[in-house]
Design a protein around this ligand. Structure first.
Ligand code: ADP
Ligand code: 5GP
Length: 207
């Protein structure tokens, strides 16, 4: 394993759980993280910016990306396609940055197959009632979309047993602290810091 390679951090959870909100908070607190902007065929919501929230692409362009093996993973979600551009993830990890993906469960399973060392975190709201309130409060989906997203949430909960951690996003500050703590703990693993403990390898030890 290349010790200097950045971590791959997968964050999933039902739509409306607050993934984007919690991730933004954590990104403000850490400079060693970067966010992987996904490609999607979904139409932009008001305020979403191409290249910042997503790369908004046509079906044809999405199919081309799959054909040219440009996506690390991809999945369909509520009749739209979403995928993670591979090049950005690899370039940043090679440069030692940790890369965070906000992706749904099928995509997370594909990442687990391809990158077994990825850290997988599931973010949930305190209850499904709160999830529904947040989806409605966000005001970005119509009633049919909200119902589809709630139905999908139940399925995602049932399929979530391969994640390593669960963050409960009740209070935003607490949830951001939890996500941040998970990343910090992963970076403090013995295997990560072994070189500090072997005198011959460590620039810091002089027994
Ligand atoms: P996701 O990315 O999981 O779909 P968002 O980050 O868009 O979810 O959050 C959904 C809605 O819930 C947004 O309107 C957001 O402002 C709100 N929200 C997120 N976290 C909290 C929280 N801890 N308490 C109250 N509202 C929240
Ligand atoms: P939204 O339309 O609310 O932005 O996202 C819908 C779902 O798609 C969310 O669960 C989000 O995590 C997921 N998603 C966003 N980007 C990707 C991606 O690149 N790949 C996969 N598999 N899911 C994604």
């Amino acid at each position: 394993m290349d010790e200097h390679r950045g971590k791959l951090i997968v964050v999933s959870g039902p739509s409306g759980a607050g993934k984007s909100t919690v991730i933004s908070k954590v990104m403000e607190r850490r400079s060693d993280l970067c966010f992987s902007v996904s490609a999607t065929t979904r139409k932009p919501r008001e305020g979403e910016v191409d290249g910042v929230n997503y790369f908004f692409v046509t079906e044809a362009e999405f199919d081309r990306m799959i054909g040219d093996d440009e996506l690390l993973e991809h999945a369909e979600y509520n009749r739209d396609n979403y995928g993670t551009p591979r090049a950005y993830v690899e370039e940043k990890r090679r440069a030692g940055m940790h890369v965070l993906l906000d992706i749904e469960v099928q995509g997370a399973r594909q990442v687990r197959e391809r990158v077994p060392e990825a850290i997988k975190i599931f973010i949930i709201p305190p209850s499904l009632q709160v999830l529904e309130q947040r989806l409605r409060g966000r005001g970005t989906e119509d009633e049919e979309q909200i119902q589809r997203r709630l139905a999908r949430a139940r399925g995602e909960y049932r399929e979530s047993d391969f994640y390593d951690y669960v963050v409960i996003n009740d209070d935003l500050e607490t949830a951001a602290t939890e996500l941040n703590a998970i990343i910090t703990a992963e970076l403090c693993r013995y295997a990560e810091r072994k070189s500090y403990l072997i005198p011959e390898e460590s620039p810091f030890l002089n027994f």
